[in-house]
Design a protein around this ligand. Structure first.
Ligand code: IMP
Length: 423
């Protein structure tokens, strides 16, 4: 059976967790393919909010297998905390949570290196979540990393020590103020490693291959968003993995010709957390309203998110890079009450009007060109059918579908599983 992909089309926080949770009943396996605890996937059901960082968003469905793929980086300490939360809620994950032996491990010193690197950058900092993501992927591509499978080998602690010592020397090199007690961090880390080792560690590419042969349905779950992709995002203000569709091939071992549907998730407006260019960013009342009504605070760091109008130039680019086949529009309810809505349909770029994403979208190079839409007053959060949606929202949706040439099959009108309108 072919594999479907679900990924974010903006700068992350599009609401992927909610949609994976909504779609899980259609799939046998939910597989995360990149990123790590920098992600915060929020799910709301039965009046309760759940935030997942590394564990796939299908974990609350008893029958689904949840796989953490080889492309993911795992912090055992954060992973253990996620498991503790699941234990509190009596979620039985022992038989349904699988971890790739080829996934890389985030060490305490990776986190420290992240902090030292950011501190040394001063104003030019990336705005990293400081979870050690960049340094861990650097060790992966530098061929120095420690993988989950290594934890089963007798000499892994020697390898650990050598790498941690090297990291400490690197931290010193940064010459920034950083207080830490590595002994304490290590006690917590080694405890968490033993929990990780007690889970089902597998050769996940083989598992995925056999599952496809057995006609199992598989949904690959992305983290972050396409504009944070290490290759196609707003470099260097990006994360350190391939968040786009190709990342699912390398992050799970799925062949490109096995991918069928690509679900692209986007917010009805745009948000960004951390540094980096954001052409449609708002610094006025409209931006404040989006932030307030949309509760725009990072699920992992709690940082306020920057808000702005929908950027169709960037969205089109993300659809192209990913080969999106279906779009899912999130947080439409947040736009209720605006007199006028704006959508950026082109950029003024170095004296020209362009409709593609150029190399450089910093403020000094790009000014957005907007198309206005009439807003709607109705509260959408109590609507459950497409026929209930206001005409102005339907016009907004129809315009996006025409421009992007891709159907919008889901409109989300609130955080709860139930607040999901299928079209
Ligand atoms: P890092 O991945 O923690 O190194 O952060 C790099 C950049 O990606 C920063 O701007 C972060 O704010 C952003 N980022 C990382 N993960 C997420 C996410 O899950 N949602 C939104 N932004 C993220």
């Amino acid at each position: 059976m072919a594999v479907d992909l679900l990924l974010g089309l903006q700068w992350g926080d599009e609401g992927k967790g909610k949609i994976v949770d909504v779609l899980t009943s259609k799939y046998n396996i939910i597989a995360r393919f990149q990123g790590g605890p920098n992600a915060g996937h929020t799910l709301v059901f039965n009046g309760k909010k759940h935030v997942l960082h590394t564990i796939p968003s299908g974990i609350f469905h008893e029958d689904a297998i949840n796989l953490v793929g080889n492309g993911v980086v795992i912090d055992p300490v954060i992973f253990k905390k996620e498991l503790d939360k699941l234990d509190e809620q009596n979620v039985d994950y022992k038989k349904t949570l699988f971890i790739s032996r080829k996934a890389h491990i985030i060490l305490p010193t990776h986190r420290l290196l992240d902090a030292a690197s950011e501190a040394s950058k001063g104003k030019a900092k990336i705005g990293s979540t400081l979870k050690g993501i960049g340094p861990t992927y650097m060790d992966k591509t530098g061929r120095n990393g420690i993988r989950v499978g290594d934890l089963e080998l007798a000499d892994w602690k020697d390898k650990y020590r050598a790498l941690a010592d090297k990291h400490e020397a690197m931290i010193e090199f940064y010459n920034v103020e950083l207080e830490y007690n590595l002994k304490e961090l290590e006690t917590e880390f080694f405890e968490a490693v033993s929990v990780l080792k007690s889970l089902k560690l597998i050769d996940s590419e083989e598992y995925i291959f056999q599952a496809q042969k057995e006609n199992k349905t598989i949904l690959a779950e992305g983290a972050q968003g396409s504009l944070l992709d290490i290759d196609f995002g707003t470099y260097p203000f990006v994360t350190s993995s391939n968040t786009t569709a190709a990342g699912a091939c390398t992050g799970l071992g799925v062949a490109p010709n096995q991918i069928k549907d690509v679900f692209g998730i986007f917010k009805a407006y745009t948000t960004r957390v951390g540094s980096g260019p954001f052409p449609t960013e708002l610094f006025d009342e409209n931006g404040e309203t989006m932030a307030r009504v949309g509760h725009e605070f990072g699920a992992t760091t709690g940082r306020p998110r920057r808000c702005g109008w929908l950027d169709l130039v960037a969205l089109k680019y993300a659809c192209q890079v990913n080969g999106v086949t279906q779009l899912m529009m999130m947080k439409a309810d947040v736009l209720s009450g605006f007199e006028t809505l704006k959508v950026c349909t082109a950029y003024n770029y170095q004296g020209d009007t362009i409709t593609h994403l150029p190399y450089n979208i910093e403020e000094e190079n790009v000014t957005p060109v907007y198309t206005d839409f009439k807003g709607w007053k109705a509260d959408l959060t109590e609507m459950f059918e497409a026929s209930q949606l206001p005409a102005e929202l339907n016009d907004y949706i129809a315009f996006l579908e025409k421009e992007l040439e891709i159907p919008i099959t889901i409109v989300s009108v609130g955080p709860d599983r139930k607040q999901t309108i299928f079209r």
